[in-house]
Design a protein around this ligand. Sequence first.
Ligand SMILES: Cc1ncc(COP(=O)(O)O)c(C=O)c1O
Length: 406
Amino acid sequence: MSTATTSLGRPAERLSKIKPSPIRQIFDKAAALDAAGEKVFHFEIGRPDFDTPDVVKAATAASLDRGEVHYGPNAGTPDLRAAIAEYLRSRRNTEYDPDTEVIVTIGANEAVFLALMAFCGPGDEVIVPVPAWAHYQSCVRLAGATPVPVPLNAADNFSLDLDAIAAAVTERTRMVIICTPNNPTGGVASHSEIEKLAQILEPTDALLMSDEIYADLVYEDIEHVSPAAIGNLRRRTLVIGGFAKAFAMDGWRLGWLAGPRELITPALRVRQYTTVCPPTFLQPGAATALRAARGDAEDMRREFEDRRRAGLKILSAVAGISVSKPDGAFYFYVTYPPALAEPAEELAMRLLETERVAVVPGTAFDPEGGTHAIRISYACNIDDLTEGLKRIARTLTPTQPEGAKQ
Ligand SMILES: Cc1ncc(COP(=O)(O)O)c(C=O)c1O
């Protein structure tokens, strides 16, 4: 019987709308250089270079010693949910019932996925101000819904363009996604911006996804404001949070989704038929992070603040480029005029090939508006940061014509 087929690997229709990441080439090349023993300045990575605090590891080891190795509750252990609710109360001024309004997720990634799968589908539109973390739009598409990117303006420091968001709202708008502090721009939404967003959403049935994974990483006198704490927004807001960034626990794959019971119950249903529950023995460690490792997190934040200051000093001396005001997170988002350098994907490749510096092209965050932008992560030691930034500065500084040389 010959039923030769060429379609064994035919992906589902929903995947046709999701393109492979445009930054794969940079990542693969940086990895190849590493493997060849070359020194690469890794500014492409969005994760802390610190180790997870010891107290967190010890609590996890103790859980394993107690034999906590079996399935747990779908929403996560009651103790970790209680720790998350305590933390949100003390740090974000928001109240959630740990029994019904918090889900412990497999990283903040799963929280995004659960929220979108639970509430968005064909015919729904999801507003995503861009530049933005690429996962949002891909997950919106996986859910069968349509992302509606709203371009933010470099001249306004990529702050939330509320008039543009208001103009993008239609009767199909099911959700608006904001990320504050922001990846990639480092921008932090102000109280008044969020109040204005609340007014825009008030007459609608749109939900708000507030990705607050970087909430503990704000600098100088900047304050993070959770939309869930403002006006009448709580009832429509799904808060995304996690351990990866502030506690250096990215490999633990733990985060949370918090929201009113009416929104958490459907999200939990998605969880029941996908990942079932988070790893049981990691959860005592995560609860310990929130209760007993805030000092370690603050030490790391201060270190990021020092790096940020050192990095800004170097970048602000480069003529012709513009760095968005990095009030939070650990990224510099640099835009440059086309006259200064080639488009971002080519520039990123040149930086890697000639200077051994890996950065992410802006097109990863906004395919249209990010053609002349790069994201630089400063989650690396200060010596590497300084040297790598000098190399970027050198690349972006036009060489003087021969005749102009003394
Ligand atoms: C804005 C944003 N949200 C969520 C995540 C995912 O976090 P986690 O590692 O907890 O899944 C990231 C990771 O880079 C991020 O930048």
